[in-house]
Design a protein. Structure first.
Length: 172
């Protein structure tokens, strides 16, 4: 029996499908979350999880194999240095699919494909109410400590203007 051995051709030729999936995998690793149709997300998930598994063992051979599919050097470096170490203890299931609903124009089911764990990004969230002082950043504390300075007004002496006729008489 050959159950579950096929793949979705996505109604595209092989070259278009291959390029589209590569671009979507690169976008997934770059932004860690993409919005697409359910059929495309299921295919991108397969490719992305295989690349993450390959990137777990950081060797020259693995880098070259992954580099065949990922053309962007920055994304390739991010995959090997940031993304794969996050999943070092996980044996699979690196991505999740969240359903959004149906697209307005053609009623295609839209989903968000994202990595299960996020890379460390400093968030600028502040709590309101109790405990708001704890979340203040260093910039906020320096602003509170320094008193506001009022701009100093420098008075300039007034210059008397002489009419042009008077100056002309003096030069003659």
């Amino acid at each position: 029996m050959r159950h579950k051995f096929g793949f979705n051709r996505l109604d595209r030729k092989q070259s278009h499908r291959k390029a589209m999936l590569r671009n979507m995998v690169i976008s997934l690793f770059k932004y860690e979350r993409i919005e697409t149709t359910k059929a495309k997300a299921l295919e991108v998930r397969k490719a992305a999880e295989k690349l993450i598994t390959r990137a777990k063992s950081d060797s020259v051979h693995d880098r070259r194999i992954v580099a065949k599919d990922i053309n962007d050097k920055a994304v390739l470096n991010k995959l090997f240095t940031e993304i794969s170490p996050m999943f070092s203890k996980r044996k699979g299931g690196y991505t999740r699919i969240l359903k959004l609903g149906f697209r307005q124009g053609d009623a295609a089911e839209m989903v968000i494909l994202e990595l299960v764990e996020k890379t460390a990004v400093p968030e600028k969230t502040t709590k309101k109410g109790k405990g708001a002082e704890d979340t203040a950043t260093a910039e906020d504390t320096t602003e509170k400590e320094t008193p506001e300075k009022t701009p100093e007004v420098i008075e300039t002496p007034e210059i008397e203007e002489t009419p042009a006729e008077d100056t002309a008489e003096k030069t003659d």
